[in-house]
Ligand binder design. Structure first.
Ligand SMILES: NC(=O)c1ccc[n+]([C@@H]2O[C@H](COP(=O)([O-])OP(=O)(O)OC[C@H]3O[C@@H](n4cnc5c(N)ncnc54)[C@H](OP(=O)(O)O)[C@@H]3O)[C@@H](O)[C@H]2O)c1
Length: 298
């Protein structure tokens, strides 16, 4: 993915990045700085400035007065709901908004867990709010919806599985955890955000951003564990046995972080089409080739 070759090199661009300390945000800021942008970044914690990078400590309900009043682009890499509410009321002058949402807006729409259904609804409403607010001020927005993100070592998906498996040397999955997944690398998402900024065809659109491979859940976990040294063992047990053990654990107040709905989803295909993003801004995500450094938690 490259910038539009028809765009002549102009003055340095200026971005305002929310969620800049996060997995995707950090990859995006590094990329923007490499490409010559100057970046104003927001974090709830104070952070050290660097060349062309200025941090602002603040939260969406209390943004600091130091925030710039104009930018060439706003990138939202933090919670979409909070960003959308802030942006709808903000006076900032900026023609382009690129915001990360999630394919959970679709995959959790009919989830068993009311909290997950509420999340899906909130994500959809937040995306609509960003588009409406951009329209109202003559700006254009792009919504990027990643699938399962990996690569930074800080995600709560594969990195969490790796951490658990490293601790006990074994990871247990139901044998029928065969729902299809498309893990996507953070650097491909950062590249997508930069490319979408420049692409006329991305304006006013939402795009799913799946990874370059479509593999089943068990294969995804097996491939991840196999890259580690030493490699933890993946134990696949019959689905009914796994479900019964989980039910017993829940009754005892354990494994609350693994709700039945999350296990049910391991058996569901969560598959999205990369073609619209490829056509609009050359999205070309890498294949899933895990390496230990991608799961090294700081
Ligand atoms: N990780 C995934 O698998 C995945 C999948 C699909 C979509 N997404 C979406 O992609 C975006 C980025 O994901 P990510 O994995 O890079 O996230 P992340 O690592 O959790 O980072 C998000 C950043 O947002 C800021 N943030 C978090 N809560 C906040 C709050 N209440 N108010 C203000 N700022 C807050 C934090 O920065 P400070 O602590 O510095 O303030 C944090 O570093 C999110 O919209 C996420 O929903 C993620």
């Amino acid at each position: 993915m490259t910038s539009n070759p028809a765009t002549p090199p102009g003055p340095a661009r200026h971005a305002l990045v929310f969620g800049a300390s996060g997995a995707i945000g950090a990859a995006l800021v590094a990329r923007l700085l490499d490409a010559g942008w100057s970046v104003d970044a927001v974090s709830r914690a104070p952070r050290a400035d660097a060349a062309r990078l200025r941090w602002h400590a603040g939260a969406f309900d209390a943004m600091p007065a130091s925030l710039p009043d104009r930018a060439d682009a706003i990138f939202s890499c933090g919670p979409l709901d909070r960003f959308s509410l802030w942006y709808a009321g903000a006076a900032i002058d900026c023609p382009r908004i690129v915001a990360f949402g999630s394919t959970s807006d679709a995959t959790k729409q009919a989830a068993r867990d009311p909290g997950e259904r509420e999340l899906a609804m909130r994500l959809r409403a937040s995306g609509e709010r960003v588009f409406a607010a951009a329209n109202a001020r003559g700006a254009t927005a792009t919504l990027l919806r990643p699938t399962l993100v990996y690569g930074s070592g800080r995600d709560r998906n594969l990195s969490l599985i790796v951490a658990l498996a490293r601790r006990s040397g074994v990871f247990v999955l139901p044998r029928d955890a065969r729902g299809l997944r498309q893990p996507v690398h953070v650097d491909d998402l950062a590249a997508a955000a930069e490319a979408a900024f420049d692409a006329p065809g991305a304006q006013g659109q939402a795009f799913a951003l799946p990874g370059g491979d479509t593999i089943d859940y068990r294969t995804m976990v097996a491939r991840t564990l196999a890259c580690l040294h030493p490699a933890p063992r993946l134990l696949a047990v019959p689905g009914v046995l796994f479900d019964a053990a989980l039910w017993t654990a829940h009754r005892a107040g354990r494994l609350q972080g693994l709700p039945p709905g999350a296990v049910a989803r391991m058996r569901e295909d969560l598959v999205f089409d990369a073609a619209p993003a490829r056509e609009a801004f050359g999205y070309a995500p890498r294949a899933f080739r895990p390496e230990p450094a991608m799961f090294a938690v700081d």
